[in-house]
Design a protein around this ligand. Sequence first.
Ligand code: ADP
Ligand code: ZN
Length: 530
Amino acid sequence: AVKAAAPSYASAAEALHTVFGYESFRGNQAAIIQQVVDGGDALVLMPTGGGKSLCYQIPALVREGTGVVISPLIALMQDQVDALSAVGVRAAFLNSTQDAGERQRVERAFLEGELDLLYLAPERLRVSSTADLLDRGTISLFAIDEAHCVSQWGHDFRPDYLQLSMLHERWPAVPRIALTATATEQTHLEIQKRLQLADAKHFVASFDRPNIQYRIAPKNAPQQQLLELLRSEHAGDAGIVYCLSRKSVEQTADFLSQSGIPALPYHAGLDTRVRAANQSRFLREDGIVMVATIAFGMGIDKPDVRFVMHLDLPKSVEGYYQETGRAGRDGLPSTAWLAYGLQDVMQQRRMIDQSEGDAEHRRRLGMHLDAMLALCETVECRRVQLLAYFGETSTPCGNCDTCLSPPEAWDGTIPAQKLLSTVVRLQRERNQRYGAGQLIDILLGRMTAKVTQNRHDSLSTFGIGTELTEQEWRGVVRQLLAQGILAVNSDGFGTLLTTEASAAVLGGSRAVMLRREAERPVRASRARRT
Ligand code: ADP
Ligand code: ZN
């Protein structure tokens, strides 16, 4: 006969003390747990490190039956199950890494009522035998972890998540709790709709991470900038450095190692064993710097990550916030630093142009990028801007780069007009298009071979831009791109085009405000403890 796992604990508080050894609930954990223990649905938006796991683990211990946790983090299931077993929770998982024998043992334990928690990879539900198995046992709740994976709008879409609406259709009486650390209004609504959580109670925690200092710096010599930062502010600290490509991951890891910093690479192209070994060293040893693509980090619970550095521009604010959120889970001061330059904008625009998918998909990618660029170019508090993106209003934090050394805004209308009219002239008079380098050479009046060859010295804008340095001109180009006043051609050569917005600037009816790059380095401040 099939048995249901008997409730292991009489109350949530008892489970919290006895199993996990914690004194009290944090934030709205108690209310969330109560909702699920009482059989209701919950939609939980809580930042990384907020304590989401207890919100389903404790109800699973208090309710009769087995709590089924849907999670995309197959690589972490073993760790999660081990950690739970270590504190006496009866947990197991089913995923594609197991052989038939292991799977059968887990299935039997589930049917015998011997499991408090069962972790399932979402693709398991594609197999009808999994649903049949669940039918034959007793389920106390469904927890849908990383619920933002259901959102096509979001940055981490997984098609297998779409079928999770079946949970409600097939087991309407079982309470469901969906959890995510991604909190834009758009994602929030999409989770509610796609997972059929119309009756769920929503629990939205503040996304502020006051102990993280956000800094975004102009990218000049990124590896050198990184090294100086590590030496001056984070000697001996553990942290993560994110790079866009596998190649730059390896180069940066090599560079840091040769500079005497214990750095390890992590990306999807490395052998599984190397990856696992590097991850495990990062978690267990002190002061390791993990240089990684964004393949690294989801579900990693290391409290003392002191910094998260981005050497390339993230594709979205959501991604950036999740990645930086891995710093400072212990509440101690931590740094989120991003180096960002003209090449990043060009490269990301090119990637969007060349991406697969329809126009709508590209439009979404473009909007994600624009929001990220707006964060980079803001002259206001980074934190205010970040939190506003997640629907929270706040006041300047006093602990980000723009608060600590406010950038000057300057009127860049005239330089913008000079640049745009050069683009227009080349196109109209010569039917030519160029990238930033040649445009800047023309504005600075440089007699390069390419200038002489193309007789660009006869253009009326030749040499009219000597009031700015090359570096400053690159800043102007970057900011005009970010503001949509200039665009990258989709020819793959990075040539620049005017846009609809350019006309107003050229005609003098639109002023262009630009951010002056901070010359002074930002001093690390003492952050508040959470
Ligand atoms: P999330 O999944 O939201 O990123 P976790 O569930 O991994 O966060 O929790 C983050 C850390 O906080 C873990 O180390 C966890 O043990 C700890 N934690 C969670 N709830 C509490 C609590 N009520 N009291 C003390 N520590 C807690
Ligand atoms: Zn600030």
